[in-house]
Ligand binder design. Structure first.
Ligand code: UDX
Ligand code: UDX
Length: 464
């Protein structure tokens, strides 16, 4: 029976960091080392001051404090950590390819492959390799092939253990997971590897929540879960436009359908569009796989979820322009929020980036306030789109130190992220410092419509 004493995780990002911190805190007898090629990131994970952790995630500092230096370590010594481990998690990023075959759609697996090669190079003892990164179906097979060609007599078992945590609630999602999914080879060695990982999760989760499957089911389940969740958001967003055209209210519709226990109430908040590192990428993966297999209708069906999401982001930007008398040129537009959702500093695929890009095309002057996102990140996000020069982005978008400064003298306010603190602002005071007519475009439906109208705002909400 394999008993794991030493774990290495390659990739100290939004998934690897919190996941390993929780595994370490629940398994004090296992040494967990998280490695990353990014020195700055590792330095931040090791910072005495826990407010400097590279990832903003409620509850994370407490968990890190408990385990760090005891049985949880962060390091850039990748080879050493791999060599010492019985189990290696691969948790590096798998961005959408920006070049070559499958550009804009297929996952770029070069980092995952590099990890596999590195493991193959340094391993001198048997290891269980766990894919934690979200990967297209059948990647485990590729990893296995690379590892088994090493010829140094080391045995590897590959497991798929997709992560279902959502950012902003990661610690809660890990500590009280609905389920953990472990896919492995259907052989005695495979079963033994699966059991070794089951035992790690059993330290804090009831066994019936730990599902075991074959590797491919596990890989596909991750993509499917995200595709279904994203589809719910696109579905309610599609209805939001219909509501605006008919006088129905999307909040009321969501409540009415959500009370049907077959549908359920979660993930029915109409919004300016979903973002995050996973939804778009995972659906594109699914679409690419379906296309590669010649399943055109399957590919088209899922691609529509993305098309709807792009439409929702565009439509919000266009609404702002058309409402402001068809021009936003040189007008100050205040953005409240830049992160892809509240309680995270992650901005990957955030709707705010695309809305800003559109408004900059219209020569608006944008000022942003986000409690956790720095201006350098916002500029990086815009520059990544390559729509205009870096200087032009810098000229078009500035940040403010707080929400009041952000909204001062703005022609319109756009709410892009649902941070709780935005609800508690003194909206009368904000109104008093804006030119009239003063507009609010609530992309997250977080404000009280009646109150806003009473103050005097022209208030627009998605689906209202
Ligand atoms: C995760 C999953 O791994 C990804 O598949 C999923 O789709 C999104 O969430 P995440 O943890 O959010 O990725 O990514 P990121 O925060 O970028 O962290 C990845 C880390 O891996 C980075 O810190 C990067 O420096 C590191 N890395 C990358 C390596 O250490 N080695 C490499 O070769 C590549
Ligand atoms: C998602 C999955 O939930 C998680 O299980 C998986 O492991 C990674 O991908 P995450 O991307 O962190 O997690 O955030 P999530 O809470 O799913 O939100 C994704 C996007 O959808 C956000 O931009 C959010 O604002 C948006 N959303 C969500 C809505 O617009 N409306 C909703 O009702 C719910």
């Amino acid at each position: 029976m394999t008993k794991i004493k030493n774990i290495c995780c390659i990739g100290a990002g939004y998934v690897g960091g919190p996941t390993m911190a929780v595994i370490a805190s629940k398994n004090p007898n296992i040494k967990v080392t998280v490695v990353d090629i990014n020195e700055e990131r590792i330095k931040a994970w090791n910072d005495e001051d826990l407010t400097n952790l590279p990832i903003y995630e409620p509850g994370l500092p407490e968990v890190v404090q408990k385990a760090r230096g005891q049985n949880l370590f962060f390091s850039t010594q990748v080879d050493e950590a791999i060599a010492a481990a019985d189990m290696v998690f691969i948790s590096v990023n798998t961005p959408t390819k920006t070049y070559g075959k499958g550009k804009g759609m297929a996952a770029d697996l070069k980092y995952v492959e590099l990890c596999a090669r590195q493991i193959a190079r340094v391993a001198t003892s048997d290891k269980i390799v766990v894919e934690k990164s979200t990967l297209p179906v059948r990647t485990a097979q590729a990893i296995k092939t690379i590892l088994s060609e090493t010829g140094n007599g080391v045995n590897f078992q590959i497991l798929s253990n997709p992560e279902f945590l959502a950012e902003g609630t990661a610690i809660q999602d890990l500590e009280a997971a609905d389920r953990v999914l472990i896919g492995g080879e259907q052989s005695p060695e495979g079963e033994e590897a699966i059991q070794a990982l089951v035992n790690i999760y059993k330290a804090w989760l009831p066994e019936e929540r730990i599902l075991t499957t074959n590797v491919w089911s596990s890989e596909l389940s991750k993509l499917t879960a995200n595709a279904f969740l994203a589809q719910r958001v696109s579905s309610i967003n599609a209805i939001s436009e219909l509501c605006e055209a008919t006088g129905a209210d999307v909040g009321e519709v969501a409540k009415a359908i959500g009370m049907d226990s077959r549908i359920g109430p979660k993930f029915l908040n109409a919004s300016v569009g979903f973002g995050g590192s996973c939804f778009q990428k995972d659906i594109l993966n699914l679409v690419y796989i379906a296309k590669s297999l010649g399943l055109v209708q399957v590919a088209d069906y899922w691609e529509q979820v993305i098309i709807m999401n792009d439409h929702q982001k565009n439509r919000f930007a266009e609404k702002i322009v058309s409402t402001l008398f068809n021009t936003v040129a040189d007008k100050k537009i205040a953005f409240l929020g830049w992160a892809f959702k509240k309680d995270t500093n992650d901005t990957r695929e955030s709707a705010a980036i695309y809305v800003a890009d559109k408004l900059l095309d219209e020569q608006a002057k944008i000022t942003v306030y986000d409690p956790q996102v720095k201006e350098t990140q916002m500029q990086r996000d815009l520059n990544y789109l390559k729509t205009r020069s870096e200087e032009e982005n810098q000229e078009g978008l500035a940040t403010a130190a707080d929400a009041y400064a952000c909204c001062q003298e703005a022609h319109a306010i756009a709410i892009l992220t649902e941070w709780d603190e935005f609800k508690a602002l003194d909206w009368q005071k904000i109104y008093d410092h804006m030119p009239k007519p003063a507009f609010i475009f609530d992309g997250r439906g977080i404000l009280d419509e009646k109150q806003m109208r009473n103050i005097g705002f022209n208030y627009f909400v998605i689906g209202g």
